[in-house]
Design a protein around this ligand. Sequence first.
Ligand SMILES: Cc1cc2nc3c(=O)[nH]c(=O)nc-3n(C[C@H](O)[C@H](O)[C@H](O)COP(=O)(O)OP(=O)(O)OC[C@H]3O[C@@H](n4cnc5c(N)ncnc54)[C@H](O)[C@@H]3O)c2cc1C
Length: 332
Amino acid sequence: MSNKNSVWVCLEQTGGKIAGVSYEMLSGARKLANELSGEVCAVLMGHQVQEQAKDAFAYGADKVYVCDNENLENYNTGAYCKVLEKLVKENEPEILLLAATTNGRDLAGRLASRLETGLAADCTALALEDGQLVATRPTYGGNIMAEVVFPEKCPAMCTIRGNALSKDDPDASKAGEVITVAYDVEDAELRTKVKEIIAKASGEISLADAQIIVSGGRGLGDPSGFDLIRKAAATLGAAVGASRAAVDAGWIPYEHQVGQTGKTVSPKLYIACGISGALQHLAGMKTSDVIVAINKDEEAPIFSVANYGIVGDLYKVLPVMIEEIQKVLESR
Ligand SMILES: Cc1cc2nc3c(=O)[nH]c(=O)nc-3n(C[C@H](O)[C@H](O)[C@H](O)COP(=O)(O)OP(=O)(O)OC[C@H]3O[C@@H](n4cnc5c(N)ncnc54)[C@H](O)[C@@H]3O)c2cc1C
């Protein structure tokens, strides 16, 4: 049955916890569906995940297709793809959104090939023009932003970057229809099985979830500069970010990189230390609520997006800031 004008979102869950990007996609899907006078449908695959459907309604879903099976507890390319392929073929949504995460990218590629449809990967914005989806995505290594249209959509498929679409406030009073989907993947079809997931024992706050980020760039001078950045982050309960220059120099792992070819972040507070503010860095953090920049060059482009700019040596400024923040915290 054709689900004309419906916008579908494949929710991503790990250990039963739905990833924040799923709620951002639902909020984005709601806006598109309102313009199309269509509905928002979410697909939730996992094990013992029915309860999470409520959250999907709160963020704008009208229907949630729940496929619950112990073989779906952890992401599995073959099983997830088969379930989603069947649902899409049966319901023919107009638009299908998946997260541009490791799992979402893996699933979207295989699914698009099975459905023989196009896929716009790593999108940062979605809009409608004359009722047609226009997806914006970085291309040529992030040097330009391309607008992608889907003339032969069936459906129009996109993966969406985390923190790229704004998340609406949830409305817990919203309810919708839960549709239980039968799991019909034979055990023999599962070529791989995840036996155990071992969480990284870093204790660091992840960039994606952080409300505050303290970032360091080439201006740190050497890798030990990140000790000061980590101290500032620990004081503020913040995550540690970095520019690509710092990552490329091997001072900090890639997972900390903010920017066009790193993570897109949108925290309440972003403190950029020794970062010049190249376009590719700004692309990943300029939607932060408050930006503080510390740079010894008063002409540095980072000051053009900063709400508060401190012209000075970060090695003199940051220790004073840490001390003052500690005093405020201790006085509470
Ligand atoms: C296709 C493409 C994709 C890219 N993707 C990304 C990306 O995802 N993220 C990203 O960050 N970049 C990205 N880049 C690289 C980007 O263009 C810049 O080269 C990079 O962001 C520069 O990093 P930086 O600001 O740390 O270094 P620099 O530009 O070298 O700036 C260092 C700054 O530190 C200041 N400074 C020096 N010493 C001190 C001190 N003691 N105290 C205070 N300030 C000091 C200097 O005044 C300077 O402004 C990309 C580039 C390309 C071409």
